[in-house]
Design a protein around this ligand. Structure first.
Ligand code: FMN
Length: 157
């Protein structure tokens, strides 16, 4: 269940602030584009009652050996039992291609959402923090996401 005209849930985790900044920028642009959206740390989301939201945008940096941020461990397990059929979604995260497991956390989130039945509106966004991370580099991706979210909302209104 979801609320097609409800707010968009941006669930995120971050250790050193990069993915947090990206999540904040996603919120800013979605709100600027007149899309209701809320930022919630992944560890604080009530994954058993998602019915108020219209879409899920999930973000994690990659740590360890290609792992999700630790705050996503439990949510990712809880999500395995959640039916996201018909849900629009998107995933994002920061990583560094110097590691042998570049941006794997973003791929884990993308696969989790897809395996739960969600459809990704835009390709995953993988921010490169090796070459100097500028949060505004994501603006084009976020604007594409906003356009797709509007399209879905228009179709369902
Ligand atoms: C101990 C450690 C392990 C990391 N492992 C990976 C990795 O496997 N893959 C990757 O893409 N980035 C890896 N990174 C890079 C982080 O994902 C990158 O610094 C990111 O910007 C952190 O995001 P945050 O500021 O939101 O925590 C690692 C960083 C550290 C410090």
């Amino acid at each position: 269940m979801r609320n097609p005209q409800g707010p968009i849930l941006i669930a995120w985790a971050s250790r050193t602030g990069n993915t947090a900044n990206l999540a904040q920028r996603i919120l800013e642009i979605l709100v600027r584009e007149e899309l209701p959206a809320v930022l919630v740390p992944a560890k604080d989301v009530d994954w058993a009652s998602l019915q108020d939201w219209s879409a899920l945008v999930a973000g994690s940096p990659t740590y360890g050996s290609g792992d999700l941020h630790a705050d996503w461990d439990q949510p990712e397990r809880q999500l395995r039992d959640v039916d996201l059929s018909g849900w629009p979604g998107a995933v994002f995260g920061c990583g560094n291609p110097r590691y042998v497991t570049p941006w794997w956390a973003v791929d884990i989130l993308a696969n989790r959402l897809k395996n739960c039945g969600a459809h990704l509106l835009v390709p995953p966004y993988k921010a490169d923090t090796l070459t100097g991370f500028r949060v505004r580099d994501a603006d084009g991706w976020i604007e594409d996401l906003a356009r797709e979210l509007h399209r879905v909302r228009d179709e369902e209104s």
